[in-house]
Design a protein around this ligand. Sequence first.
Ligand code: FE2
Ligand code: FE2
Length: 139
Amino acid sequence: MAPHDTPLIAWDDALALDGSAIDRQHKALVDLINQLRGHLGSPDREAQVMQCLTAMYLHAKDHFWDEEAFMERIGYPDKKKHAELHREFVLKLHSLTDCCLTGEAPYAELLDFLVSWFQEHVTTQDVKIVAFAQSQGAG
Ligand SMILES: [Fe+2]
Ligand SMILES: [Fe+2]
């Protein structure tokens, strides 16, 4: 795990796709993931973590909604498969959040999941939506 003075996920060119609302929403999610790690050292850890996870869940739902509407608008051919990946993320986030609520607190697993899912999803999946939109002149 990275030292606490460096962000878990650095916002860089690999994550910035097209400078649109999608990027702004991704950046907000990156900020929340980075904040989550910061909360682990808080004396009020459980409450801070739950507040952060709730914000992340709401941001993710809004973002997925917007991204799926965008895919629909541009006629993205893999929309259904991509939306399924979003659903899987939400389910996993739910189950890890439940574990935190019941005191199992799998914080390391939670952070690993968020960091790897986000980086992998944006750089291998979301990037394809943006490339398709640009190829259609719809970016
Ligand atoms: Fe996506
Ligand atoms: Fe996305």
